[in-house]
Design a binder for this molecule. Sequence first.
Ligand SMILES: [Zn+2]
Length: 171
Amino acid sequence: MDQTYFSAKVEKRVSAIHGRGLFARQDIARGEIVVVKGGYVMTRAQRDQVSLELGPAEIQITEELHIGPITSHQRERGMMHLNHSCEPNLGLQGQIVFVAMRDIGAGEELTIDYAMTDDEPYEMACDCGVEACRGTITGHDWKQPALQRKYDGYFSWFIQRRLDRTRGGES
Ligand SMILES: [Zn+2]
């Protein structure tokens, strides 16, 4: 049994965005669960150690914790291959459940915006190809008000609760 769950409606294929990607084999309706990310829960220090060998293969689930594989065998089976897009079609419910944010057609690549999951210091060029591409993405893009509005309800829980608290303070 694999640590990560994939809907029967998806498959991994070569991506035009980067490396391999996850694609819809058939139509997926808004709200459907597409992937549930599994693995070992690691502190950031443990993650840093594991990633020396495995590279980036995990996702952040709280301020200090990550979930992902710890061996190359687990990595191969459990990688979601969800590329970043500045116009993604998946979002999060909780921290590990990825759902369709809109109806998705067969053949479409499944993508997330790293702004939904990441709160870490990094910066990299984005080549996702959509018209609204930000050009550069950083590990702190969740702080951008426009993205907070765009992905409200689809951020990873630890980010979403910060946004909810901020709003609670305004009322
Ligand atoms: Zn982009």
